[in-house]
Design a protein around this ligand. Structure first.
Ligand SMILES: [Zn+2]
Ligand SMILES: [Zn+2]
Length: 264
């Protein structure tokens, strides 16, 4: 079985639509509400290896719905890019994943990330209540950028990204890489991104943004790294799916929730 990536969500921190709007049913910005691919939950992916084992990347506030919608009932490990609320606030639903796995889940992240998680979700790091798992159970595995680790049976290379308000981790598996929540790419991380086939990358909007990559910047990165396929994620209400479909250069495309991407 070839490996694949399931894009659970590709929205910005407030999702699309944002809460609000004249009728209270959402603020869509320039996104067409009639286009289903404009409805975006918070950014997260699942990477499924050739043997069927799965690595979940982040546990955002939409995790429960995302797992059900994408048919993901079981994962083998969790990778945390950083601890912003839109990437961790679904952590309580990890107890459902503990139940299906029947075990504590290894959680990978920097020491800073894991300490912050433990401070905010202390109960998830206590001894587990297996087999009922009435609370989530994570086993922390601190990792360092620049190194390669085995996660869910896959070799994962980790690299540093600059998100201004905090450092985030990008990850690479073979010729696939995932880079959410990044505004500047450190030189040493460009080196890790050479020879990529498929890249899923943060692109919040078309205009410059202080902590997220924007369209022009991503296109400059793409010119430099030259992946065969680039897929934009973490998109806000400025990123209409049809507009992007018509205007992005060849090889660059928007993600949508539920999108399946084959692992190269
Ligand atoms: Zn985010
Ligand atoms: Zn963030």
């Amino acid at each position: 079985m070839p490996g694949r990536v399931i894009i659970l969500g590709c929205g910005g921190s407030g999702g699309v639509p944002l809460i609000g709007g004249g009728d209270g049913r959402g603020q869509w910005g320039v996104c067409d509400p009639a286009e289903a691919r404009n409805r975006r939950t918070r950014s997260s992916i699942v990477i499924e290896g050739g043997d069927g084992r799965r690595l979940l990347v982040d546990t955002g506030p939409d995790l429960h719905r995302q797992l059900l919608d994408c048919g993901v009932g079981r994962v083998d490990a969790i990778f945390y890019t950083h601890t912003h609320a839109d990437h961790i606030m679904g952590l309580d639903d990890v107890r459902g994943l503990n139940r299906t796995l029947g075990d504590v889940l290894p959680a990978y992240g920097t020491a800073f990330t894991l300490e912050d998680l433990e401070r905010r979700f202390e109960y998830a790091f206590k001894p587990s209540t297996a087999p009922s798992f009435f609370r989530p159970a994570l086993a922390p595995h601190p990792i360092l950028p620049g190194e390669v680790y085995e996660m869910a049976g896959m070799a994962v290379r980790v690299f540093r990204q600059d998100h201004k308000v905090m450092e985030t981790l990008g990850l690479r598996m073979g010729d696939f890489a995932y880079s959410t929540d990044v505004v500047e790419m450190p030189e040493e991380s460009f080196a890790q991104l050479q020879g990529l086939d498929t890249w899923i990358v943060d692109c919040f909007q078309r205009q410059p943004h202080p902590v997220h990559a924007w369209l022009e910047r991503v296109l400059l990165w793409v010119e430099r790294i030259r992946p065969r396929r680039t897929i934009l994620t973490h998109m806000g209400t400025d990123m209409d799916w049809a507009w992007m479909h018509d205007h992005l250069p060849a090889g660059v495309e928007p993600a949508h929730d539920g999108m399946i991407v084959p692992l190269p």
